[in-house]
Design a protein around this ligand. Structure first.
Ligand code: GTS
Length: 213
């Protein structure tokens, strides 16, 4: 059986967990804290990042957007990408924005972990601008949707990416007022979070023991 190296808050890993569940692929969930010295993550990814999908023959598939692409190629049903090429490319573009917002939040999170006198305010502001710009963009896209899903009438990686970012953002930065600022984005997100495979993969914070920055 495959193993997925994951972390309890990881929005990147959540995309993969939902995709595997949607495709009915059984796997063992191995929860790690990739920042702690004791993690096994570097044994499976030279970039030392999770998620990592470890196959039965020991091959490792890593980088969430690539894992999803790999899954679509190897296990195409049910598809998590639209058949129309422009819609497929749009779904991947949405994932680019969501992953980028996650990246910016990770950078800001660790900048805030530095001693107060050593934090760079311009650097933090730059990361938060990316999140604010991304929220505006997601809101614009979501307002144009017809039904429960962002693209067409079925779940795609675009929905996985948006819910993964917003679900993590809601616990990592609970004081941000995005839900009142963008009520239609909130309503769309809540609709996704009510789905079974989203419910069972809700993020939760983790304790990082070792010094990271
Ligand atoms: N681009 C990567 C980002 C993955 C990532 O940053 N994972 C974090 C954990 S989490 O933020 O998702 O919880 C990690 O392993 N970080 C360890 C490191 O960067 O050394 C992906 O999409 O898979």
């Amino acid at each position: 059986m495959w193993t997925l190296i994951s972390a309890s808050p990881s929005p990147y890993a959540r995309k993969v967990r939902i995709a595997l569940a949607e495709k009915g692929i059984p796997f063992t969930l191995q929860t790690e804290v990739p920042w702690d010295g004791a993690t096994v993550t570097p044994q499976y990814n030279p970039l030392e990042k999770l998620p990592v999908l470890i196959l039965d023959d020991g091959e490792c598939v890593y980088e969430s957007h690539y894992i999803l692409e790999w899954l679509e190629a190897k296990h195409p049903e049910p598809a998590l990408l639209p058949s129309d090429i422009d819609e497929r490319l749009f779904a991947k573009k949405v994932e680019v924005v969501c992953d980028g917002m996650c990246d910016a939040m990770v950078i800001a999170f660790f900048e805030r972990m530095r001693e107060p006198g050593k934090q760079s305010e311009p650097w933090k502001a730059r990361q938060m601008r990316k999140v604010e710009g991304g929220l505006r963009q997601l809101s614009t896209w979501v307002e144009k949707r017809e039904g429960q899903y962002l693209i067409g009438d079925r779940l795609t990686i675009a929905d996985l990416a948006i819910a993964a970012f917003l679900g993590w953002f809601a616990i990592r930065w609970s004081e941000h007022q995005w839900q009142s600022q963008y009520p239609k984005l909130k309503q769309y997100w809540e609709g996704l979070e009510a789905l079974p495979h989203f419910k069972e993969t809700r993020p939760s914070p983790q304790t990082i023991k070792d010094q990271v920055v």
